[in-house]
Design a protein around this ligand. Structure first.
Ligand SMILES: [Cu+2]
Length: 112
């Protein structure tokens, strides 16, 4: 039985050469930490709200991207205090995002 399990593990690891990583952005006070996060395409980012009021993390779409389907990349919607929302980043490039309730709260995800 042990041998069979080991064999399956090898198959699984060769079938999935790249595993998506999970990252975390903490909303603390009125800021995203880290403000700039570098990831790989396909990774997930979990926004954790440790503050006392709801926040969002909403990608800003501008220029040529504005008319492109899927360009928004992500929008967590409203994240309540002590809640978290996970998003998957499926496009490359720099994605600036903002809290829709507090426009001074800004962050950037760079996906390679
Ligand atoms: Cu906010």
């Amino acid at each position: 039985m042990k041998r069979i399990i080991a064999g399956l593990a090898v198959v699984a690891s060769t079938a999935l050469p790249v595993l998506a990583e999970e990252h975390r952005v903490t909303i603390r006070g009125m800021a995203f930490e880290p403000a700039v996060l570098e990831i790989a395409v396909g990774d997930t980012v979990t926004f954790v709200n440790t503050g006392r009021v709801p926040h969002t993390a909403s990608a800003i779409v501008r220029g040529l991207d504005a008319g492109r389907e899927g360009a928004a990349a992500f929008d967590t919607g409203r994240i309540e205090p002590d809640a978290a929302v996970r998003v998957t980043i499926n496009r490359t490039g720099a994605i600036d995002y903002v809290c829709e309730d507090h426009p001074s709260m800004r962050g950037r995800i760079v996906a390679n």
